[in-house]
Design a protein around this ligand. Sequence first.
Ligand code: FE2
Length: 237
Amino acid sequence: MKSDDPMTEDTDIAAPRLRDVPNWLYLLREFEALYRHGSPGGSKLIRAHRKKVRDALSRLLACDPAIAMRAPASKPVVAHMSRALDMGERGAMQGMARALREVRADLTWEYGYEKVPKALGQKYAYCEVAGPLGPVKSADLILGFVLFAPNTTYPQHSHKEIEESYISVAGAWSENDAAVYAPGSLILNKPGDEHRITTGEFDPCLLAYAWVGSHEKLAAPGMKLTATRKARREQGI
Ligand SMILES: [Fe+2]
């Protein structure tokens, strides 16, 4: 099938497309349902963000994008994945948790940072399901999941020129000590917003996320943790 998507037009005609891998198609449809039917809670900013994600996802699904499966990769935190999915399947996000379970063997878990603080390397990883690198090839939208072990602090960071939303799938967590979020909650981080995440004491936390931004920025997001006050002092910033 010929596509209008610039990410897919040069793809070998025999390369698999999204419709050839139903489990990935159903997972993307779970994202679409969340961003189409969920409430913005009266926030114009969240309404606008939801529309950006929804429109990008509609375009993506309409062009039946190419699939570029990556080599599966694990990280230590994946030891908590079964528990996270079990919890997810019991709550408001059961559709998403079940769809994710069907592709879990094919996920590529990564850190995204050149240098990961040692403690964080045991307690955090993310995997993309759609984006410039695949597995579902997408130029103007990244979708993925981030998994945290219990009792984790994910240090302060921000995303330059990328708008991010998290949707809580399993577990309880907090951002910037502002509230405790339960499965189904959507949290918007506008470009440049500094955020720091903490997770509950006993259970893991699984979040779905969506990133929207320019093609260039999504192709090279340049993830960076914000320097701590101590590090800034040491570097004379
Ligand atoms: Fe973030």
